[in-house]
Design a protein around this ligand. Structure first.
Ligand code: CS2
Length: 488
């Protein structure tokens, strides 16, 4: 079978292909994106594709991954083309062409730097996941992070923050405007934190650069949403059958897609609002709603589900006790914890999310959501607990969710299986010391101060709820012994 690439893409029948890639004037690169994972290719790259398809513009994307060469090896031989499959009641396919090249910073540093410092590069977006920002619990750049320390001393940056700051410094020297930076990760106040981290890094190296950035760097906050499970061989086969070409790395996602961007996006940025993105002054409200009503239940379901030996979100939604637990969590503890934007009907929004979780066409592995708990929980669960404790609101279900995460880490340790988490070593060190005595074990986990803020770890109401949750779920550590009654 022939490969999907410029030469062959026009032979595809019955599926939309990127016509702008065959126009007399090819779009120039206007965006550099850090972190070309599946989410980016299903979401922002798709919006940009729609924009160029309908309105043209020089918004081709140069993707950069910091270390891994997987995406560049898959997409460069395909001239950046890949297929997006929307899996819902009906399946829809589309070939996306907004990515022009994929670079690997560790190998192609001069080329990456050239892109970042080109006058034609107007915007640098990123999906580098929570850990990519190297922040501490207070949301500031963690200057003790070994990679950040290396970047403060070294030549060739290994972190996104180091790379962006070095490129911005060069732009200042060249007399260019800074590019706009756009964080598209599930991080609270993502734009503000990103901006602050870059300026903090610059401060360490060159205070004049820090003041220039403080005056000129734009970093709108965003909220991004679309469920995008990892690609599997079944999808590769399904896509090959449809397009009659081999695609190294097609992407699948649900048909729902949402992008809310702070209305400080400058005029020389892509006008994604023309193709469905929402510009608003209240991103925080949308982001709070999404982190709390989608990501918090998602993680809760992932940890409890894995403990109950379930495989996918869809499977978890077939378990009445788990669905009931999640519904109680949402109604009693999550919805009362925040003020939603005026235009959002919270109940309906939450119901729609649960309906999306039920999508039978999406096989979203709970294990995938369970990754990086130490980075995700401080964004999606812990702030709700802190808020509720301060406002005399309940925290029982939230505490069970956090206890489920700790037991999930223990379960991985007991199975001698990999724990995908930057704190895996510390978590396994704790798991090793656990002795099944809930008060003892709970104390050990709560001592992890990069996840649990000290005031939370010392709050008697929370410690009691967390220890109780841990105690009730603990039988799950024995294979096939999930204590469903503990959720009642
Ligand atoms: C999920 C998210 O993997 C996870 O942690 O909760 O990736 C989720 O699917 C997206 O945020 C949906 O927009």
């Amino acid at each position: 079978m022939q490969q999907l690439q410029s030469k062959t893409v026009q032979s595809i029948e019955g599926i939309s292909i990127p016509t702008y890639r065959f126009a007399s004037q090819q779009p120039e690169i206007g965006i550099v994106h850090l972190g070309p994972g599946a989410f980016f290719r299903g979401h922002q790259a798709w919006y940009t594709h729609k924009l160029m398809q309908q309105f043209g513009g020089d918004w081709a994307i140069s993707c950069v991954s910091m270390r891994s060469a997987g995406v560049s090896q898959a997409l460069n031989p395909q001239d950046g083309f890949y297929t997006l499959a929307e899996l819902d009641k009906q399946t829809a396919y589309e070939v996306i062409g907004s990515i022009k090249e994929v670079l690997v910073a560790a190998q192609d540093y001069p080329q990456v730097f050239k892109r970042l410092t080109a006058s034609t590069t107007k915007l640098v977006s990123m999906t580098i996941t929570e850990k990519g920002y190297c922040l501490n619990l207070a949301g500031e750049l963690d200057l003790q992070n070994p990679d950040i320390q290396q970047d403060l001393q070294g030549q060739q940056a290994v972190t996104a923050i180091g790379l962006l700051t070095a490129a911005l410094a060069e732009r200042k020297t060249l007399g260019l405007k800074p590019f706009t930076v756009l964080s598209c990760d599930n991080v609270t106040d993502n734009g503000k934190k990103l901006r602050q981290a870059i300026i903090q890094f610059a401060q360490q190296k060159d205070p004049a650069l820090a003041s220039w950035l403080d005056e000129n760097l734009l970093s709108p906050c965003t909220m991004v949403d679309s469920i995008t499970p990892a690609t599997d061989d079944a999808l590769r086969a399904q896509v090959a059958e449809q397009i009659k070409l081999a695609d190294n790395w097609p992407i699948k996602r649900e048909s729902f897609v949402q992008w809310v961007i702070e209305d400080t996006l400058p005029a020389d940025a892509p006008q994604w609002q023309k193709v469905g993105a929402t510009l608003t002054s209240d991103v925080q409200g949308f982001e709070n709603a999404k982190l709390r009503l989608l990501n918090c239940p998602h993680s809760t379901m992932a940890y409890i589900g894995v403990l109950a030996d379930l495989e996918t979100v869809h499977d978890a939604m077939q378990q009445p006790a788990l669905v009931e637990f999640i519904s109680q969590l949402i109604l009693q503890e999550v919805i009362p914890s925040f003020v939603a934007p005026k235009e959002l009907d919270v109940q309906a929004y939450s119901q729609d999310i649960l309906q999306r979780f039920r999508n039978p066409a999406i096989r979203h592995l709970l294990a995938q959501i369970a990754w990086d708990g130490s980075q995700k929980l401080p964004m999606r669960i812990i702030p709700i607990v802190s808020h509720n404790l301060a406002n005399n609101l309940p925290v029982k279900h939230l505490s069970v969710a956090l206890a489920a995460w700790c037991l999930f880490c223990r379960k991985r340790y007991m199975a001698q299986a990999e724990l995908v988490d930057p704190l895996a070593q510390a978590l396994f060190a704790i798991a090793k010391q656990c002795n099944d005595e809930p008060t003892h074990d709970a104390k050990l986990f709560l001592s992890l101060d990069s996840v649990f803020p000290q005031d939370l770890a010392e709050n008697p109401v929370f410690v009691e709820a967390f220890t109780q949750g841990y105690k009730q779920l603990q039988p799950a550590l024995q294979q096939g012994q999930f204590p469903w009654r503990a959720l009642a």
